[in-house]
Design a protein. Structure first.
Length: 313
């Protein structure tokens, strides 16, 4: 299954982007999640370079599904930024992923029942291992969470799940290039829609005040932001391509691999930037994390060996 390898490489790049998100969301850098989400939306514009590579303009249903996917994705991203800002990155990111997989699983089961498809126990086991590994990574220890953390995790996960289903539908109705371009247009439109909300508009319009800092720091933040967007953009491209090839539920389920990498990177960086990453870890927690990574590896193996997965969205 080529989509498995594509997804694994994509999530590796997204792991670096997740850790960078936590750094850039610190008060010493960009700080405001709404401002960061708006900047992220603007960086979606270069996707127009894909237009010559198979893009089809006149497919209204693919346009609607793609734009809806991008719109929901950005608001899911904003929710995840708000969650990350309130907790440890190695805790918030996996929980958002688990919430996404949970919603996708419910949608897949509902679809399977309505269409009369048979769901294999091995497929459910594989998805359970992937979700279980991500859950173990995200729970336990002395991690702290700010107000609204759980709410942002659940909302973000639900938005990401519906976004993936819409993206998959756009691919089915057209092709990869068309669905991907329309989804990125949806992200850009969602970015500008943030101005409709007073609190978000205030954060975005006051963004220049956040950069009243030494020139060296401003340039460093800008350079790091674009590097982060490069990692995130390439990772998103690969994961989106994997969704076009395989079931969105399992592509999302494999995101646990990303969180395993996030945990390792966050542990390394917490020694250098304790005020930003503040990872709380003990010997017992280290054993838990290793166990989680083993669960994730088993889940990936079951997915690769399964060969089915037809019942999942």
């Amino acid at each position: 299954m080529s989509w498995i390898l594509v997804a694994l490489v994509g999530y590796s790049f997204l792991a670096f982007a997740s850790v960078s998100d936590k750094f850039l969301l610190s008060e010493q850098r960009i700080g405001a999640p709404a401002l960061y989400a708006f900047f992220t939306a603007l960086t979606s514009l270069p996707v127009l370079t894909l237009v010559p590579f198979g893009f089809v303009l006149f497919v209204p249903s693919a346009f609607a599904a793609g734009v809806l996917s991008g719109f929901l994705f950005l608001y899911g991203l904003l929710g995840s930024y708000l969650a990350i800002k309130r907790s440890e990155v190695s805790r918030a990111a996996p929980l958002v992923g688990v919430a996404t997989v949970g919603v996708l699983f419910l949608l897949s089961m509902s679809s399977a029942v309505l269409s009369g498809k048979v769901v294999r126990l091995t497929d459910i086991l594989a998805l359970g291992l992937l979700a279980g590994g991500a859950t173990v990574l995200a729970t336990g220890g002395r991690g702290v969470s700010g107000p609204g953390f759980v709410r942002y995790v659940v909302i973000s996960g639900a938005l990401f799940a519906v976004s993936l289903v819409a993206l998959k539908e756009s691919y089915i109705l057209s092709n990869f290039a068309t669905g991907f371009v329309w989804s990125k247009l949806g992200i850009v439109l969602a970015g500008f829609s943030l101005f409709l909300f007073p609190s978000f508009r205030k954060d975005i319009l006051s963004g220049h005040d956040r950069f009243e800092k030494p020139v060296k720091r401003k340039l460093g933040t800008a350079a790091f932001f674009f590097l982060n967007q490069g990692f995130g953009g390439f990772g998103t491209l690969l994961v989106s391509y994997a969704v076009s090839l395989g079931p969105a539920t399992f592509v999302q389920g494999m995101e646990g691999v990303r969180y395993g990498i996030v945990f390792l990177l966050a542990m390394i960086l917490s020694a250098r930037f304790p005020s930003i990453f503040r990872e709380h870890i003990s010997h017992r927690e280290t054993v838990r994390k290793i166990f989680a990574i083993i669960l994730l590896a088993l889940g990936v193996w079951f997915v690769a060996a399964g060969g089915g997965l037809e019942s999942f969205l």
